[in-house]
Design a protein around this ligand. Structure first.
Ligand code: PLP
Length: 396
């Protein structure tokens, strides 16, 4: 059979990498410059200052040529020593992978189990910290927006739990799919290290990993003994003061970052959050109308970056995704780890809008039928009704 040739725009609806604005793509199309020139120093300073605004942080932001996984590793290497104990929480696949990384670095992880359908239980964190009389736990490491489940946890509640237990542990947060999506506040929430990657809410291609660093984390850095070289904070933070870089930087990504930050400044963080809230609620309404179930079983903890949808018993979610991709050219996120084959994920983060979402939802709705899934029609209509009725709440 002849291969079908696709026409028109692909609907990239995975929860990262997200769609990159044309403006950002054009900004990247820039000749390389000397990374030891004043022009580049100015660019680095501009981007570092902009990223502080996005993290809502007054401290340094280290920007690595790495994916989010590198930024996870940087946070561990710079704050902890071999044999240190950390407290984690099983929000889903990313929390699990991060736990595995910690163990490979010789850290001892107390990993609170969870069912992948509920957010972090801050009261349990408090109990474990209270029980840790000798303050052996050096860091509480949590995922803010768990991209494998579509569940966002309450980071201020985790901070309160640490304070209520009067525990000195650092608070290290993966906000990889939460930054530029939720109202994330590094300083105000008392986070010590916020970890992010470029390819989600920040509207950039994959390729940069970030650590926003508190004073307390910088202090911990002085005595942390895990081996570090490439990911060492100090040379990065020192160099960034003057706009320089400890090694050859990802120059194109800095041009892209400058443009993406300009776009975030133009829209404003509050409006960005409102847009993601609107699109995620519209998606959930579509799911309810289809009579399918959300993986997130707690209505206070919906992630705004993506929605994970359970398929009925006996249906393989990957087969459904394949039909939707082949027939309607929509890429959806696969179920990961424990929920592989049981869920598919719709990303609605970064550079996206109402019509891009409705197009993706239409592809899903038609694809559910084509894949033989038992569902009710009317999901796209429910999303449109919600969006149409909420234009004033949109804030744009
Ligand atoms: C919450 C979360 N943490 C960590 C990662 C890993 O980041 P990367 O794939 O950029 O290395 C991801 C990637 O999707 C993620 O969503």
């Amino acid at each position: 059979m002849a291969k079908t040739v696709k026409r028109g725009r692909h609907s990239l609806s995975v929860p990262g990498p997200s769609n990159v604005p044309d403006r950002v793509l054009r900004a990247m199309d820039h000749p390389m410059i000397d990374h030891r020139s004043q022009e580049f120093f100015d660019l680095v300073k501009h981007v570092c200052t902009g990223m502080k605004r996005v993290f809502r942080s007054s401290g340094p932001v280290a920007i690595y040529p790495s994916s989010g996984t590198g930024a996870w590793e940087a946070a561990f290497l710079n704050t902890l020593s071999p044999g240190d104990k950390i407290l984690g929480f099983e929000t889903g696949q990313f929390a699990t992978l991060w736990r595995n990384m910690a163990e490979r670095h010789g850290l001892k992880v107390d990993f609170i189990p969870n069912d992948w359908r509920h957010p972090i239980d801050a009261a349990e964190i408090e109990r474990r910290l209270v029980a840790d009389k000798g303050h052996e736990i050096k860091a509480v490491t949590v995922v803010h927006s768990e991209t494998s489940t579509g569940i966002a946890s309450d980071i201020p509640a985790v901070r309160k739990a640490i304070d209520a237990a009067k525990h000195p542990a650092l608070l290290i947060v993966d906000c990889i799919s939460g930054l530029g999506v939720h109202d994330y506040r590094h300083d105000e929430w008392g986070v010590d290290v916020s970890i992010c990657g470029s390819q989600k809410g920040l509207m950039l291609p994959p390729g940069l990993g970030y650590n926003a660093i508190s004073k307390k984390a910088l202090e911990a850095n002085k005595s942390a003994k895990l081996n570090r070289a490439y990911f060492d904070w100090q040379p990065m933070v020192d160099a960034n003061e003057t706009g320089s870089y400890p090694y050859t930087p990802a120059i194109g990504m800095f041009y892209a970052s400058k443009e993406a930050i300009a776009m975030m400044d133009e829209e404003g963080l509050e409006n960005i959050v409102a847009r993601h809230d609107l699109l995620s609620e519209a998606t959930r309404r579509a799911v309810h109308a289809w009579d399918l179930e959300l993986l997130c079983a707690d209505s206070r903890a919906y992630a705004s970056a993506l929605t994970a949808i359970m398929v009925p018993e006996g249906v393989n979610a990957d087969a459904v995704r394949k039909v939707i991709l082949e027939q309607y050219d929509v890429s959806l996120g696969a179920g990961l780890g424990k929920v592989a084959g049981k869920v598919f994920r719709i990303g609605h983060l970064g550079w996206t809008n109402e019509l891009m979402l409705c197009a993706a939802l239409a592809g899903v709705e038609m694809g559910l039928g084509a894949a033989g899934v038992k569902y009710k029609s009317g999901g796209v209509q429910a999303a449109m009704d919600y969006i149409g009725g909420n234009n004033s709440a949109h804030g744009r």
